[in-house]
Design a protein around this ligand. Sequence first.
Ligand code: AMP
Length: 436
Amino acid sequence: MPKKAKKSFQSVKGMADILPQSQPYWEYLRQCVHKTAQAYGFERIDTPIVEDEDLFKVSAGETSDIVQKQMYSFKSKGGDNLVLRPEGTAPIMRSYIEHGMLNLPQPLKLYYMGPFFRYEQPQGGRYRQFYQFGFEVLGEESPVVDAQLVNIFINIMKEVGFKNIEAQVNSIGCKECRPKFRSALVAYYKHNINKVCKDCRKRVKSNPLRVLDCKDEKCLQLKQRAPQTLDYLCDSCQRHFKYVLEYLDELEIPYALNPHLVRGLDYYTKTVFEFFLKEKDEAQPEGAEAPSFAVGGGGRFDALGDVIGNKKVFSAGMAGGMERIVYFMKKMEIKVPQGPQPHVFIAQLGDMGKKKSLKLFENLRSKGIRPVEFFGKDSIKSQLRIADKMGIKHTLILGQKEALDGNIILRDMESGIQELFPMDRIVDEIKKRLKK
Ligand code: AMP
């Protein structure tokens, strides 16, 4: 019987491997996030990847794309309806209320980093598993927080090495004033219902604000004359937004007012913002393709605590899309630290040489020296070739004879000069040479 062809496995659609050559970019981005978080007094929080499905239904809203189309939901063996978390803010609010963090001195400044899952149509910069970092300030009503969050995001990006980050800001009002805007929007789109895309025809009824987010050419055209949130803000929202803009001016943060900016989730109130890398960054090489997607976003969510746990929690936050940021880091050729280089190569030959080399490796490592080895190889020539390729300056050679005599050869890879040392002096000798 012919043998059945074996299945060839690939990563799941929309979920990418982060390969070793990309790791230095990710590591550097993570470091910049940690450093900035510490500088602004944010504490790290990690919530589970799996949450109760209802957490997102009540927070993001039943009509949001996330809940309607994008959740990875499943039933546990115990019959609970669970999901892979699609976003980070609702879990943090859940945790904040669950652990009584309201009773701590407010505001609480928390940050997180990790994978999120949305069943989206994968395309450039859009994945089904993606990483975000996020910053949340919980328990503070002042508009100064909204401006600070914009500032922090921009500072993370600057720390990474980007020069021109564009912040777009808007206010979408609160539950007092948004219904009036919503009605005006529905009236406008109903009047023009034949001019919007198929999806938006439904959205006009179910989630009209989302029509403003649609990237379809027809909808983009129509949006230009659509009602603007700012014309419908109540006094309190207007005042709040005025202060946000004043603080941004004070911080000398360049921003663009985008009166049609909305966010895909129901829980946003008042300030919303989104970040883009400018089409032409100074660090961008001539002729490089213009970047086009948002690298982060956020806003105020004063109503979230109420829907999750019947608590009034004034709060605001932002999140950055790490795949997209790494994409731009590579595209704009941002230089990142390349992990620590090994100090010394250990080349070995013969049974005895190999055994002693194993010990030597541990000895060097415990003294803070970074050795590298290819103990599986048996030819000195091929090991020296590898050391050369790795650009390592010092190689230790331990053959059968040296091992028996208690000696070791130290080879300077640049000059090719080899010297014999007693084994018990070699660590000090390497230390001395590394200091030079
Ligand atoms: P959001 O949570 O939708 O406000 O998104 C915040 C940021 O996360 C966006 O600006 C993107 O940079 C990034 N992001 C959101 N969804 C995805 C996705 N499906 N794939 C990759 N990045 C994403």
